[in-house]
Unconditional design. Structure first.
Lengths: 152, 152
DNA sequence: CACGGTATGTCAGACTCCTGACATGAGTCA
DNA sequence: TGACTCATGTCAGGAGTCTGACATACCGTG
């Protein structure tokens, strides 16, 4: 019965399609990151730090869509392995600004190229206008979901 | 420094936006499903069974984007709690067709309404044309990601 | 018929991530 | 100054999911 799994009515649900696309993207990313010894959260953390040096643990967690606890565990491993550095004492408050080491930057380079190729493949069937539309629509969806969590 | 977390260059990446939207959707869904004692996988399983009675464990796993081991664990709990039923022996092959019990159908009803309201909120800022575009674009993305996992 | 390839259900172990909780530091306001 | 609120880092425990493995059942080709 596995020959014809199509036809599920859920295929008309944009929520389901969104989840499906995100799942496919995650799978494709993990596929190219695995040979480099990384997973998606791992890569996301490094990419965030490359573009915004000095982000704190909590900020990285929000950017990678995980909890600060998970990001903290990851950061400790990344620090132990020499990919990122954090000062021993917080310069202000409690936030410890993290930065990439040269090794971290080098490790990111290959991963970033791999991920870019995946993203390019994802967009290969879309025109420039399609991409602009996708940008606008996805941002609208995210904003609408976040702004009205309260039941009215 | 938490006041201004915006401006990350990743905001121009459709891959990141896709992940962001999916994360927001998942969070919103979990938020409305938690009071009902469900999580997203739980709901997905029931919704799939409502629309396609008799799906096997493996088919449900693919539909909910988890492994068949995870779905098997969930199905055993759902069966134990009387939400779904499976025949003691497979009618053909090894696949055990699962079906909702009346209790499962009733439990799904409230959850389905809650999830529909979340999806409606997500789409509230989009026109009918936007939704058609989103449908086409998301399907294109998913297909492109799945068709070419091999490096060329 | 025998065989290999594919798909399924299930068990066991390990891992990731989350929820809950606590203490600390900064800002706000009386 | 002191109390309150918020954000952060971190620890402990648990729920959920995955990887790996095994046995079984169908289907194709030889």
């Amino acid at each position: 019965m596995s020959q014809r799994e199509a036809g599920i009515d859920l295929d008309t649900s944009l929520g389901y399609l969104l989840k499906e696309a995100a799942s496919a993207l995650r799978t494709a990313m993990e596929e190219v990151l695995r040979p480099l010894g990384m997973n998606v959260t791992h890569y996301s953390c490094l990419e965030l730090l490359a573009q915004r040096p000095g982000l704190s643990n909590s900020e990285l967690a929000r950017g990678a869509f995980v909890t600060r606890q998970s990001m903290n565990t990851l950061l400790q491993a990344l620090e132990r392995d020499g990919f990122v550095t954090r000062p021993a004492a917080p310069p202000v408050g409690k936030a410890l600004p993290a930065r990439l080491t040269p090794r971290g930057r080098q490790s990111l380079e290959a991963a970033s190229a791999a991920v870019r190729s995946v993203e390019e493949r994802m967009l290969s069937g879309l025109t420039g206008e399609d991409r602009s539309e996708a940008f606008r629509i996805l941002r609208s969806m995210t904003r609408a979901l976040r702004e009205g969590p309260v039941d009215s």
